[in-house]
Design a protein around this ligand. Structure first.
Ligand code: SIN
Length: 515
């Protein structure tokens, strides 16, 4: 077995990856972050799957094998729940909020101390450029910092009773064991956003990270141990695609799991919701988006273009809050397209995310490229104008060119699909009323953006967009302090902010009588 060392220069690391690939060898991360190799993490121990099965993790930029991780199945997933249930007795009831806060704060400090190393792992398995990966580590760690504070502000209520001899107390208690199923587009932050709130509330956690990006989750497990998070409080079960559905079903149906928290596609979210119904289980869902971005005549066009670039091309277009449909008023349509084209050509550089200066990494796999290609071809055939890009990129099979399409019409597939790729699709509109109807004409409702300098219009449109989050003159609005979540088929519940605690706490009413 050959080892790939973090801490060596990025160029050397890439050369090494390529060499291993050429040799046909399997490689494995070797770093003090994985003291026993890349194994699952259950009850504070690094473990193989009980069957001994494993699967390979690859770098989407180069195709190189990075590591092999356990392919856990329902038996391993059940063991993780047993460990989380046991730990909940202590973590949920005997640990004080102040103690939980101190541990979360320590975990935050460790993530920030190891930011570079964690970012390299993230880029290697996910593909996003190193600067963006570092940003994700800081963003993700920020949830521990924020929820360390929220742990201590989980206030109850005493409400005046309707009779003289009683007191009505309302306590907020931890919900119990939380099972998390997390996506590949934010391999760190989507785990920390849920885990920060869950641990602050006194819940314990089992995580099944995406099969494409388990290494960042295991790195989190390692830093949890380093921070002194007690055994069983945070568990990571790695599983390949063929075991994923069974693990999810087990957790939805298990009486020992109290909450399901999922970030991913709407289709999978619906399955988990159905599977949890018999147990009347709380299900928190952060699902797909179809974000509109509207440019009104009064908009500052430079700001509108900067906001479009930041939102559309974040993670190579692979975030749920990426702008998906761009509506531009006819009076500024040509000027906006010219500016957006220049920004795409000037600012975006496609390639292996570990190389300096790269702003656009690969898509997660070739299948994703095929989907994006198909949408662009369909639009082109139905009359869309390709202004920039419109083809696979020569950097490798998982790359697609940053693309700008104009004259998008409702009958094109791209107008009705979450693109999840680096394609900006622009539609012309003529009135506020028309564009609000167009923007709301979808079953999705995660994020929406618009650019306007007209104060009355800002308040009007912000209220009328059917989404959970609105960016006004802003293209990126995520932060630990903000309540992230959607309406309609984009999800249930909120993550981050103080609202994030609601998902993992239950109100208990205690009536003290005979006073
Ligand atoms: C997502 O794409 O699901 C998360 C995006 C974010 O946190 O900003």
């Amino acid at each position: 077995m050959r080892y790939l060392k973090f801490g060596t220069s990025l160029t050397r690391r890439c050369q090494e990856q390529r060499r291993l690939l050429d040799l046909g060898s399997r490689s494995c991360f070797h770093s003090d972050i994985f003291p026993s190799g890349t194994k699952a993490f259950i009850n504070g121990a690094w473990v193989e799957s009980h069957s001994g099965a494993s699967f390979a993790v690859t770098n989407p930029a180069t195709g190189a094998t990075l590591a092999s991780v356990p392919n856990c199945d329902v038996k391993d997933a059940e063991a993780a729940v047993v460990s989380a249930r046991k730990a909940f007795q202590t973590w949920g009831f005997d640990t004080t909020a102040k103690e939980r806060a101190a541990l979360l704060q320590k975990w935050f400090n460790i993530l920030m101390k190891r930011q570079d190393e964690l970012a390299q792992i993230l880029t290697a398995e996910q593909g996003k450029p190193l600067a963006e990966a570092k940003g994700e580590i800081a963003y993700g760690a920020g949830f521990f910092d924020w929820f360390a504070g929220e742990a201590r502000r989980t206030y109850g209520q005493i409400v005046p009773a309707p009779v003289a001899n009683r007191q009505h107390f309302h306590y907020r208690e931890p919900s119990g064991v939380v099972a998390m199923i997390t996506p590949w587009n934010f391999p760190t932050a989507m785990i920390t956003r849920k885990t920060g709130a869950a641990l602050a509330a006194g819940c314990t956690v089992v995580v099944k990270p995406a099969e494409d990006t388990p290494l960042s989750a295991l790195a989190l497990a390692s830093t949890a141990k380093e921070a002194g998070i007690p055994d069983g409080v945070f568990n990571v079960v790695t599983a390949a695609r063929q075991n994923t559905a069974a693990v999810g079903k087990l957790w939805c149906e298990s009486p020992d799991v109290d909450v399901i928290s999922f970030t991913g596609s709407t289709a999978v979210g619906k399955i988990l919701l159905h599977q949890s119904a018999d147990r009347v289980k709380r299900v928190c869902l952060e699902l797909g988006g179809n974000a509109p971005l509207i440019v009104f005549p009064s908009a500052d066009l430079d700001k509108a273009v900067a906001g479009t670039m930041a939102s559309k091309f974040r993670g190579s277009g692979q975030t749920c809050v990426c702008v998906n449909r761009i509506f531009v008023h006819s009076s500024v349509y040509d000027a906006y397209l010219d500016k957006l084209k220049s920004a795409i050509v000037k600012d975006l550089k496609v390639g292996d995310g570990s190389q300096a200066g790269i702003t656009q990494g690969p898509l997660i796999n070739e299948l994703a490229v095929k989907k994006v290609s198909g949408l662009v071809e369909d639009a082109r055939k139905k009359g869309a104008k390709v202004i920039v890009g419109g083809a696979r990129h020569s950097a490798g099979p998982s790359f697609y060119e940053p693309t700008l399409l104009a004259d998008i019409k409702p009958q094109m597939d791209i107008a009705n699909t979450e693109i999840f790729g680096p394609v900006a699709a622009v539609v012309k509109f003529d009135s506020e009323e028309q564009v609000i109807k167009l923007a709301n004409n979808t079953r999705m409702g995660l994020a929406g953006y618009f650019f306007s300098q007209d104060v009355a219009q800002i308040f009007r449109v912000a209220r009328r967009l059917e989404v959970g989050m609105v960016g006004v003159n802003e293209g990126v609005m995520s932060s630990a302090e903000a309540a992230f979540g959607g309406v309609k088929e984009s999800g249930l519940g909120r993550e981050g902010a103080s609202q994030g605690m609601d998902e993992f706490t239950e109100w208990k009413y205690v009536c003290l009588g005979g006073l």
